[in-house]
Design a protein around this ligand. Structure first.
Ligand SMILES: [Zn+2]
Length: 800
């Protein structure tokens, strides 16, 4: 429904896919663009410790229900070690250091999955290693938990350190498995993962529910050692305690039983909810045989539609001659709404889309009410006035602040959205359209207007964005802003595919971190989208002998076109933005100065703050100096034509008011449902949706609109009372970039000084300090919505 189209287009074109942040709570990720699109393009942040329990893709198409709120993950890192011989020419000092780190422990048996190395043995691990390796690991870890629970004491050394070690061991192994599942999937690997996944989840649940561990954290919090802990250590302990409490571990007796029953039912309901959406999505099929019916659809969509038809028994279907099968899967649905000239087709598909899972066997309406009621009851058991309060208890925002921010943005975006609407209407009328535009017309005509106004095509831009040039520009930017040098280190660590690159990051000539880059699409074995994930995080506790810390290692995964012949990989501009986005996540992981493994890098960062560095980096892709440092024609070396750059910039804010309003609507509905709505009192969630729409939208939903029935983010994903996080983090990142604008983007010295401050605060402090304090340390004040409005061209509508 409303969100269907244009927002998604923009989201599709921006944002990462998935960061796998590891951290201790459940907050995992943030699916940004993917959110609305397909699972494959989701942007997720997998928090470090969590990777085991909740690798959840918060995409509306996600099929994995979230694990109980508050489950812990003590699972993180690995170790930075040279697992293979150093490349020829490696300076002796580094080789020595690498070897030193390698010596940490002896290899575990002959299963390469369990080898205790920092750079996993990707060249040797096969799917056959997964089941025995993970089983052996889990048996060892359960034994360690047994032993720890038996002797645990409320001290840093007797509690937090053993947990860090344990989690690290787990994360290193499970992280490899998850990673290979994403980039080198196969039927064998899928079967192996499915076999051990439940056992894996059991361990994390056990840890999150452990009463002895909870008691020990409490004892540490209340004991004599507390005052001697550093603020970072105290924050780690406080957050652990918070998560235990939110996970119901502190409850007793009947309350505890009821809590557990609620959790179980919620898990089942979440699964049922997403299954209903998937079933309902699949149930709609529209077969077209007349070429006139598919007029306007781009060649790629026709190809997809023919492929779908062939799969459904229409052998010999071709893109040119049909037949074509249209479905409600996003890659099929979206092009119909934006490109199909056949208005009746658009209407039919649109109506089917906004009523998915709202009737018959897959009706989600009753589930929705039950979910909301159970969440409210759960919050009450934990002592919160509403589920929204519970959700926000572990976030940077508070309910008041989140709602105030949404209202500020709404007030600014609404006039622009009204104007957008009028503009599209006028354009459509000028092109012969008669009457008022309906929902199924908006995206189509908005797209026509966009073409007329900006006429930007990916193909026109690609030659200026060759991957090698873009990487060079990105690394130069990192040097300029943060004083780090990125060097190719291919061959110094095993990789899973010959196209994978390996890099090291140096600061003051010394290694600071390492990362892999897997840039190209490989549909047969690699998931779509882009993401960042941890291999190992920084840790003093896990430092190899003779070294001060174990250095961080990151994965960066993208899905762009591979090089063809002598042509390098030529990127679209949105792929450039994506690369910058993921690198922002990776920088926060790699440039951390925190030595406590449970708060270094992206760990222990609140859900609504973790997208700050990634979105911040996206801004630089539009910065003239940065863009022109790499936007050179791959054959001639000619710079990007000025006129193209201007069009690119102008197109950026096309319909930004409309897009923002749509996101604000979802955010407001989500908070309203979780903060104030009471099920069973005569007002349905759909009524709430409409009431909110009257305030937030410039075009009211159809009476039959049942979009909520497929809003998986909040009913079966991790965004319940958290959808506002998208905008919250965008405000932070825009405001951070604005610090550079204020200092002067042309003033090199000012840019460097501001960059150093960003590095020493946002990137360095990670989860060791509350994000609000980190932001203040960088910006010198509270976050402001003005820079985001400014960047979106919406400042005119903002209150002065
Ligand atoms: Zn991201």
């Amino acid at each position: 429904m409303h969100f269907a189209v244009s927002r998604t287009a923009r989201l599709l074109s921006k944002r990462c896919a998935r960061i796998q942040v590891s951290s201790r709570t459940l907050s995992t990720l943030q699916s940004r663009r993917a959110s609305f699109t397909s699972q494959s393009s989701s942007d997720s942040v997998q928090q470090p410790l969590s990777s085991l329990s909740r690798r959840i893709t918060y995409s509306p198409f996600a099929t994995v229900p979230p694990v109980a709120f508050g489950a812990k993950r003590y699972f993180s890192y690995s170790r930075i070690t040279m697992s293979t011989a150093a490349a020829p020419g490696t300076p002796p000092a580094e080789t020595a250091q690498a070897e030193q780190q390698q010596q940490a422990e002896a290899p575990a048996g002959d299963n390469p999955l369990l080898a205790d190395v920092s750079f996993p043995l990707f060249d040797r691990i096969t799917p056959a290693h997964v089941v025995p390796g993970v089983r052996q690991l889990l048996a060892e870890l359960h034994a360690e938990v047994d032993s720890l629970e038996g002797r645990v004491e409320g001290s840093w050394g007797g509690l937090v350190e053993p947990l860090e070690r344990l989690g690290d061991r787990h994360q290193r192994v499970w992280g490899i498995v998850s990673h290979l599942k994403g980039v080198k999937d196969s039927p064998e690997l899928r079967a192996a993962v499915e076999e051990v996944q439940p056992e894996n989840v059991k361990l994390s649940l056990r840890l999150s529910q452990s009463r002895p561990l909870y008691q020990a954290f409490k004892a540490l919090r209340e004991g004599p050692e507390w005052t001697s802990l550093t603020p970072a250590q105290q924050r780690i302990v406080d957050n652990e305690l918070r998560d235990f409490v939110l996970g119901g571990v502190a409850l007793e007796g009947e309350a505890k039983e009821r809590f557990n029953a609620i959790q179980q039912e919620l898990t089942q309901l979440a699964t049922k909810f997403s299954n209903n959406v998937l079933d309902a999505t699949k149930a709609f099929k529209k077969l077209l045989t007349d070429p006139a019916d598919v007029a306007g659809l781009p060649a790629t969509s026709l190809g997809l539609a023919a492929q779908q038809a062939a799969r459904e028994g229409h052998a010999g279907a071709t893109a040119e001659a049909g037949p074509w099968l249209i479905t409600l899967d996003f890659p099929s649905y979206f092009p119909v709404m934006t490109h199909a000239k056949n208005r009746a087709l658009r209407e039919e598909v649109y109506r089917a889309y906004i009523t998915r899972a709202s009737s018959g066997e897959s009706d989600n309406a009753p589930l929705m009410e039950r979910i909301l009621a159970l969440r409210a009851e759960k919050a009450q058991l934990l002592g919160f006035p509403s589920f929204a309060h519970l959700s926000l208890a572990s976030k940077m925002a508070t309910l008041d602040k989140a709602e105030a921010l949404l209202e500020e943005l709404r007030a600014a975006a609404q006039p622009a959205a009204l104007q957008d609407k009028a503009e599209v209407q006028e354009y459509a009328n000028s092109q012969g359209f008669e009457g008022q535009l309906e929902w199924w017309d908006m995206s189509f005509w908005a797209e026509r207007l966009r073409e007329a106004k900006y006429n930007i095509s990916d193909e026109e831009l690609r030659p200026y964005f060759a991957l090698p040039n873009v990487l060079q520009g990105l690394f130069q930017l990192a040097q300029r802003l943060f004083g780090v040098e990125v060097q190719a280190a291919d061959g110094e660590a095993p990789v899973w595919h010959p196209d994978v690159r390996f890099f090291k990051v140096l600061r003051d000539g010394q290694p600071k971190a390492y990362f892999y880059l897997d840039p190209y699409s490989r549909p047969a074995e690699k998931r779509g989208g882009a993401w960042m994930a941890e291999v190992v995080g920084q840790s003093r506790l896990l430092a190899p002998p003779g070294a001060a810390v174990r250095l961080p290692v990151a994965h960066m995964v993208c899905n762009q076109m591979e090089p063809v012949g002598s042509k390098p990989s030529l990127m679209t501009f949105s792929e450039v933005e994506t690369l910058f986005h993921e690198f922002g996540h990776a920088l926060q992981h790699m440039l951390t100065e925190v030595g406590y493994g449970m708060a270094s890098g992206i760990r222990n960062i609140e859900w609504d703050a973790v997208e700050l560095p990634s979105q911040f980096m996206e801004n630089w892709a539009y910065d003239r100096a940065t863009l022109y440092s790499f936007a050179k024609h791959y054959e001639t070396g000619a710079p990007l034509p000025e006129e193209l750059y201007q069009r690119l910039k102008a197109a950026k804010n096309y319909r930004s008011g409309t897009q923002m309003l749509r996101q604000l609507h979802f955010s407001c509905v989500d908070l309203e449902l979780h903060a104030r709505f009471k099920p069973g009192q005569g007002r349905s969630p759909f009524d709430v949706d409409r009431e909110v729409a009257a305030r937030t939208l410039v075009m009211q939903p159809l009476p039959e609109d049942r979009f909520l029935c497929s809003f998986m983010h909040i009913f079966s994903g991790g965004y319940s009372a958290g959808y506002y996080s998208y905008k919250w983090a965008e405000v932070l990142s825009a405001d951070a970039f604005n610090a550079f604008e204020e200092a002067g983007l042309e003033d090199e010295e000012a840019v460097r000084a501001t960059g150093a401050r960003f590095r020493d605060t946002v990137l360095a402090l990670g989860g060791s300090v509350a994000p609000a304090e980190v932001f203040r340390a960088f910006r010198g004040r509270e976050p402001s919505t003005r820079p985001l409005l400014l960047h979106n061209g919406l400042l005119a509508g903002a209150a002065a």
